[in-house]
Ligand binder design. Sequence first.
Ligand SMILES: [Mg+2]
Length: 331
Amino acid sequence: MTNSGSDRPGEFEMIARLFAPLSHSAPGAFGLTDDAATIAPPAGEELVVTADALVEGVHFLRDDPPESIAKKSLRMNLSDLAAKGAKPMAYLLALSLPDWIDIAWLETFARGLGEDQRAYEIHLIGGDTTRTPGPLTLAITAMGSIPRGTMIRRSGAQAGDLIFVSGTIGDAGGGLAILKGEGDSISDAQRAALIARYREPLPRVTLGLALRGIASASLDVSDGLLADLGHIAETSKVRIAVDVMRVPLSPALQACWRDDQVARVRAATAGDDYEIAFTAPEANRSVVLEAAAGAGVAVTEIGRAEAGHGVVLLDAGGREIAVPRKGFTHF
Ligand SMILES: [Mg+2]
């Protein structure tokens, strides 16, 4: 890949050969043969740029299939673009590889990237590969495009706006719990469904595009629904109240964690959902639901923004639930 700084040229040439085909549809990538790439958004649009790093043991497990690790790393970035209303264009990939990674692993990894590139219409345009004595680490910088000035910010929520979330919440947390030994009582199909949500999240790219001009604030749920809504509350200077029993749970998660308040609190404070949480004026409610139907994604109204600050979970009687931990914290 571009800028490859390695003392094992044979191996790294092979890596370049694996990754160069992923760049062939991007004219400014020059087949990964130059020091840098060029990229231009369509006329009248601007680039939306986001970066996410994934570390073995933190975002994925060493035994996860290489194609799943590839897809999760790309999809985490696609999820950020989706939450901003951006159309995916291109990405850069930096790999820090420990010695246990072999060419067969990399071939499977590259195949996973290729499958997602076709699914989400995004192209590799460059990156870097190094060795590391530490854990496997992947850093992706993704770029999308959006009509100038229309990126959906975190800061646009107003008191009175409704709170929505796409898909279902807590499935990835359930999948991780299963990989760590929970969930003996549920069916194999349900276990597989939850583990798939942990390993291969589903970025809501089509929904994100449909929310342009409709949502007042938006972000993707990575650290936990409650923690991430807290970011909207803080930047928008509103209080966000979420009705815990409206937090959407999948049938598989209900089987695994039950369908009570405890399960919904746990789901709202688990992480790795990669759903879109957003706000919209009440007048846009039907437009939101039409946009979601058009995108083929379920969207659930879960609460309301009010004057004040912070984020709270309310029980079925409207009383505030004490939540010791709102989500995943990295430090
Ligand atoms: Mg995000």
